[in-house]
Design a binder for this molecule. Structure first.
Ligand code: FES
Length: 126
């Protein structure tokens, strides 16, 4: 069984790129079915076998760091913890912070978090 991914890669373009994935065996993925494979693993396959220019972020692969956050079928979630499904739509989490493909600028988010904890750090130091 093949699997279809629709991936928004161009800001302002409502037409997503469509990729037909081969079976996991043909793709060299250690699974019998794509539904047991994470979205991030499918993106890794696409980057490795189809388009080396595809950009996405990945770090812990356990749903802990949120670096791989993207909008999947309309819901912002982590790609490493979301299982693949046929016809899945993948978009950047925030189009205003988009750098490329599904990669967004996280420094603003991190700065906001640091600003939120800075008063506590100041109290601890005083
Ligand atoms: S890579 Fe860390 S949450 Fe997905």
């Amino acid at each position: 069984m093949t699997m279809v991914i629709h991936l928004h890669r161009t800001p302002g373009d409502d037409t997503p790129s469509t990729y037909n994935l081969p079976s996991p065996e043909e793709a060299g993925i250690g699974a019998s079915d794509w539904s047991g494979v994470s979205v991030s693993s499918a993106l890794q396959y696409l980057q490795r076998a189809v388009d080396p220019a595809l950009a996405f972020s990945l770090s812990c692969r356990r749903g802990l760091c949120n670096v791989c956050a993207m909008r999947i079928d309309g819901v912002v979630t982590t790609a490493c913890t979301t299982p693949m499904r046929d016809g899945i739509l993948i978009e950047p989490a925030r189009s205003k912070l988009l750098l490329r493909d599904t990669v967004i600028e996280l420094s603003l988010v991190r700065r906001a978090r640091m600003d939120a904890v800075t008063p506590l750090a100041g109290e601890r130091d005083a």
